[in-house]
Design a binder for this molecule. Structure first.
Ligand SMILES: [Zn+2]
Length: 590
């Protein structure tokens, strides 16, 4: 049987962006949003049912809007020339903003209710299934300013705070440069300096990259300084004393856990220096430059058709967890995946879920390479995560960024190891191990430098704005520390080039990556040692990702304490175990 390279969207709404069913579906959401007015008297046992109904109603609207905008997201990705789809996207953004206002007003009411009445409502109605989420929303509302002030701050943020983020995106997205007679965006230029096998090309690309960011640096610095100032002022008025309070809350994580993670990394990541010097040796260098750290070593020359890649992933998963394997088979057979390599679709890959019927869709461009197969495995992991949660109410199925990559990274690790087992070819093994360790270096060194930079930046910014030179200096200091002075040169304008520093919707867009990576490796280590017995626990853990603090989740399902070094040590030892294998391989090939 041949499998389809295109996804089936018609079973969700027929007619694509011109769909009449979708238009009706959106109209109903608009009507419901316009009519939503929570005129609720103070909460008592008598009006409990009315309260519960209002809250459930808003969850219901949220579920439907999420469903519709997931569909619209698929439309704009599959055809970048579908103007109607882009109109629908703008419309759904507006509807989310309107919905957000309703939630803010409702949760402000939560905060004002009497403790006992609230506990009664949460425990004695159907809301008990989403108690975690409601308590979390209530707690957040209690820690903010008065509802009127918060509403004003949100309104001002649209053109102020978030405006700085948009300015950055405009300035950095428009820039085109010429490299060796070829016109490139800064993103393409970055790929050249990181991945090009020719060192001269990497060097030229990196120099041009630094020079290009130098030109934009003053604007970037203004954006960074001003949005940071906005955030600090807002926090001060809320009485929040730590810059990490918001990102930690967003990730349902404690400061102790974050500190345990970073300090264990700091004590162990020195092992990566052996990897970096073996890599230098392989590349015929004394020591690596910043533009050498991602350079390819070895080669997986094999290519796989989409069908072969799917079969490989399914076989690899089967050894581990037949349930995941079956799910992958179903997702492929039911045409939930858009994989065709053609022009006119967006770059990148994602997985999106449809909360009304529990289905998911995967978007990617499959190019036949080993990395393409890894992307397929990765996205199928996201898809599986949502699949095991499909029967949960909306309020119990929203998980944070730090655990969002658990199932996807898990799948990648399984496929990685299966590929290593399947080959004796030294070039292939070098490439596979090199890719794993390159990822480790990104998570344990590069992202560490981003986190340390951001901490240092906010400490200084609380007193005054920072100049371009000062930002460069902070950046290089953080890089030197994270890479333990092992490179010849560093990347001072990294703070300007990295979009993640400018995302106002998700401050500290760095540590959740490292957390997720190590967390998933820890889960994988347990799965390896326990075999099939782990399957049920794995599913139970994924199901609880939307309704527990991360420490409780790990303790309940893995029996580990994230605030202590042991869990992190086990995960790191597993990852860093590849270093010696890599070094041996390089020595043998010399
Ligand atoms: Zn992912």
């Amino acid at each position: 049987m041949t499998i389809s390279l295109n996804w089936d969207l018609a079973s969700l709404f027929t007619g694509g962006s011109q769909s009449a069913t979708l238009a009706d579906f959106l109209d109903q959401i608009i009507t419901d949003l316009n009519n939503f007015r929570p005129n609720l008297d103070p909460l008592t046992v008598q009006n409990q049912a009315e309260w519960a109904a209002q809250i459930q109603h808003l969850y219901d609207i949220t579920t439907r809007l999420d469903h519709a905008s997931a569909f619209v997201g698929c439309l704009v990705s599959q055809d970048v020339n579908d103007d109607k789809a882009f109109q629908l996207e703008a419309q759904s953004d507006q509807l989310w903003a309107q919905l957000g206002t309703h939630w803010t007003k409702l949760t402000a009411l939560f905060a004002q209710q009497d403790e006992t009445a609230w506990a009664d409502l949460i425990n004695n109605t159907e809301l008990k299934h989403v108690a975690f989420n409601l308590n979390e929303l209530r707690e957040l509302a209690r820690q903010k300013m008065s509802p009127e002030l918060e509403a004003l701050a949100t309104e001002l943020a649209a053109d102020g705070y978030h405006g700085w983020n948009r300015l950055y995106n405009t300035v950095s997205g428009d820039k085109q440069v010429m490299l060796l007679g070829e016109e490139l965006s800064l993103g393409q230029l970055q790929n050249r300096y990181e991945d090009d096998p020719d060192r001269e090309v990497r060097r030229k690309a990196f120099e041009l990259y630094e020079a290009s960011w130098l030109k934009l640096a003053k604007t970037c610095a203004a954006s960074l300084n001003n949005q940071a100032g906005f955030r600090l002022t807002l926090y001060k008025n809320r009485g929040w004393d730590s810059i990490l309070k918001e990102p930690l809350m967003n990730n349902r994580l404690s400061r102790e856990t974050l500190e345990a993670m970073w300090s264990t990394i700091d004590s162990k990541n020195g092992k990566l220096l052996d990897y970096l010097s073996a890599k230098a040796k392989r590349l015929g260098l004394e020591q690596l430059h910043w533009y050498d750290v991602f350079a390819p070593v070895g080669e997986v020359a094999k290519t796989f058709t989409y069908q072969e890649a799917g079969e490989f992933v399914i076989e690899a998963m089967k050894r581990f967890n037949p349930d995941i394997a079956q799910f992958c088979r179903m997702a492929i057979d039911k045409e939930w995946i858009e994989s065709e390599n053609r022009s006119g679709k967006r770059a990148g890959g994602f997985c999106t879920s449809f909360p009304v019927n529990g289905e998911t869709r995967i978007f990617m461009t499959y190019n036949g390479s080993y990395n393409g197969m890894l992307t397929l495995a990765h996205e199928l992991g996201h898809s599986y995560h949502d699949w095991v949660m499909r029967d949960l109410p909306y309020g119990a199925s929203q998980y944070a960024m730090n655990v969002a990559e658990t199932a996807s990274t898990f799948n990648e690790l399984v496929v990685n190891d299966a590929s290593l087992r399947a080959t004796d070819d030294p070039q292939e093994r070098l490439s596979l191990l090199g890719a794993k360790l390159s990822n480790a270096m990104a998570m344990l060194m590069n992202i560490k430098s981003r986190f340390d930079f951001e901490m240092a930046f906010f400490e200084r910014r609380a007193k005054q704005q920072l100049s371009v030179d000062e930002l460069n200096e902070l950046m290089v200091t953080a890089q030197r520390n994270a890479f333990k002075d092992s490179l010849v040169n560093y990347h001072p304008y990294f703070w300007a080039s990295k979009l993640h520093f400018y995302i106002t919707e998700a401050p500290f867009y760095n540590f959740p990556y490292t957390f997720g990576y190590l967390f998933s490796n820890g889960v994988y280590a347990q799965a390896l040692s326990e075999g099939p017995a782990f399957v049920d626990r794995y599913i139970a853990m994924l199901r609880d990702t939307g309704s527990m603090d991360t420490e409780i989740l790990a303790h309940t399902h893995l029996g580990v304490d994230l605030t202590k070094p042991e869990f992190w040590e086990t995960a790191l030892d597993r990852i860093l175990g590849d270093v010696d294998t890599f070094v041996d391989l390089v020595d043998k090939m010399a």
